[in-house]
Design a binder for this molecule. Sequence first.
Ligand code: PAF
Length: 283
Amino acid sequence: MKIISDINELRDHLRGQNRTSFVPTMGNLHEGHLSLMRLARQYGDPVVASIFVNRLQFGPNEDFDSYPRTMQADIDKLEQEGVYILFAPTEKDLYPQPQEYRVDPPQQLGDILEGEFRPGFFKGVCTVVLKLFSCVQPRVAVFGKKDYQQLMIVRQMASQFALPVEIVPAETIRAEDGLALSSRNIYLSSSERAEAPALQRQLSAMREQVLGLKEKTVSALMDIEAQALTQMQTRGWEPDYIAIRQQGDLAKPTQANLDSGQALVIVTAAKLGKTRLIDNLEI
Ligand code: PAF
């Protein structure tokens, strides 16, 4: 595997490739990321991964400085997966001047849910993803469904800018007890780690409740959300949101859309101790 940090050198290596399959990451790779690499291989060749902890998507009180950086272990894992190039730019490589041009997703998608609790997050994500796409020029890029809203926003950005890249979604990989794999799981203490799967169980219970409704109404869904919120708070969690939304645009379901069978998804972010976990479940 070639490890490249310089944008021009990356371009030299990829010149003439028109089936490049790309997986952007922030490193600290786990089985979830590796499943993205495997999926990428099914869609194209060569597979290029990137590792870059993107300052632009972290808020002032978030964990940019302490975000786990495990480069050598990550390299070993990517080599085993047969990744052709690891693009691992420094901040100077990717942002040689302050990144003043940014991509701002539309408010109705970028400022809700994650965007409400992490202001500017999706602006930072879109900006770096567009820049990484410009460096790698992939035909396909793989994004995990665990970051459901991110996947949707990146997909719409690619569509609105007519980027010549297909965005491929990858299923969430879970531990045996149901906890979605995440680099931030390492922040959990052992008792928190034992409690953490309760989030996924809550989503499953909500899904059953929604499926069991005789009539899907906006108020019935709101009751299910409110109950779930209370239950998680009672268990000691601090949920930012537990919301039943429309799969197509993550908006609150309207009665008309419920009546016409609009597909739904439950999305959540909740703090357990100091660790903020996110998860989702399609209905
Ligand atoms: O999902 C992530 O790891 C990051 O948001 C991404 C897409 C690599 C952009 O920094």
